[in-house]
Design a protein. Sequence first.
Length: 511
Amino acid sequence: MASTLNSAVRLLDLAAGRYGSKVGVADASSELTFARLRELALRAGTRLIREGVQGAPVIVYLDKSVNCIVSFMAVMYSGGPYVPAAADIPLQRLEKIIANLEPGCIITDTAKAAALDGIELGGAKVLIYDETVGGEIDESLVYSRLNGVVDTDPIYIMYTSGSTGTPKGVTVCHRGVIDYVSWTSSTFGLTSEDVLANQAPFYFDNSIFDIYGCLITGAKLIIIPEQFFVYQNMLPEFLRDNGVTTIFWVPTVMINVANSHELEKVELPKLKRVLFCGEVMPNLQLNMWRRALPDCIYANLYGPTEITDVCSYYIVDREFEDHEPLPIGRACKNMRLVILDENNNEAAPGEKGELCVIGSGVALGYWNELELTARAFVQNPLNPSYNEWMYRTGDIAYVGGDGLIMYCGRKDFQIKIKGNRVELGEIEAAAMCLENVQNVCAVFDAENERIVLFLESKGDFKLRTINKELLKYIPKYMLPSALRVMEKLPHTANDKIDRKTLGAMLREEGL
Ligand code: AMP
């Protein structure tokens, strides 16, 4: 059925038809049935069309809540892509996104609308959420717009860290999402009886599994309230009290829960699926989960934002020793993974190379960034016969003896810190805006999982004051946790900042 849909919002129409009176989405203060979710989205969608949005992207800038999901659906009803923005996004970063995106509208609340007064909106209209859902529905207007959508049109644009300091807008199409959730729901056997607990922020594509997994199956989605991420040892109780059957979390959260030892104390008879994605899952904590909850299915999913969340998976079928690498497995349906060597030939089994992805989930590219797009999204060099869009992930991988793909890290300066994707270049670009700074280098100290900022300056700097400044440009999770000021940063023979020497200094001298 899903294979014939032109827009992912049709999944909401279907869910409202089949499971109308069932709760579809819930947060700490409210819950919406599928029918009510659709009704509110149609009201807001009608309003967007009447505002003349004409398929232009719409930023959703709200606190994480069911209102975000209503807004995403509304934007799809208006025929355009939605753009989730974090509620605590630094305004300077939002301004850069707006400049790149040229959105038609921004849906927000009154308090955030006031904050938007201070930045350049490039003509985007600001709509207050409560007002957009208060108007009437014009179904014929909405569906005539929706009928014009094709499944290769953009569904959302998610901004991810950019190495030049400007975030990149990964533009994903409806087909990618529809195929992906058709695959996940059948592979993991989700049904309308299931309850999913959403951890991922909506600007992070792990949330696609949660939102559309519920729409396609009629399962219930509960947005986990923020306080549970401050006190992560309370998460098992949350899962128990809400009858959660399925989680799809970043390993960082799973690690914290395992280390709290609450899994050994709280009974979770309903939990059936423990899926994780976004960074390396350490076996130590994975084994703690498996021992505490031996009847659950565990799956390591892999994928960058540029391929609609996930392109490979491995269902954990045995205990792994602490030092063994956990496979990222095999390609999902409608996706193909190829490992290319330095000469763009297919790497031999066991040989490391760059992991490249082909298939319906591959994004359309980076919004308004054709050059950047052309570098990462290329013609499959193994195919001389027809156009085949391939995404070069920048991840290093090899095919293991059993045909399973093994992940071995990055070939560039992109890192994962507590599940968040960060280009060290974005931190450096922000640090270059500080006064009296001649040069900068951000180094990831993997052993201690922290970012260290090296500054070339004759000035006197304190980490706390620097971070206060940096927060104007970059989100909290990108802030360095250590600082070193040097009169001159070391340089390589070809005059680049010598990251290796800085890394060695960290290891040898500490900070
Ligand atoms: P994001 O775009 O935020 O989803 O980050 C994508 C990057 O996270 C990938 O390119 C990988 O480097 C890393 N990643 C995602 N899933 C996994 C996984 N299961 N194991 C190891 N690294 C992963």
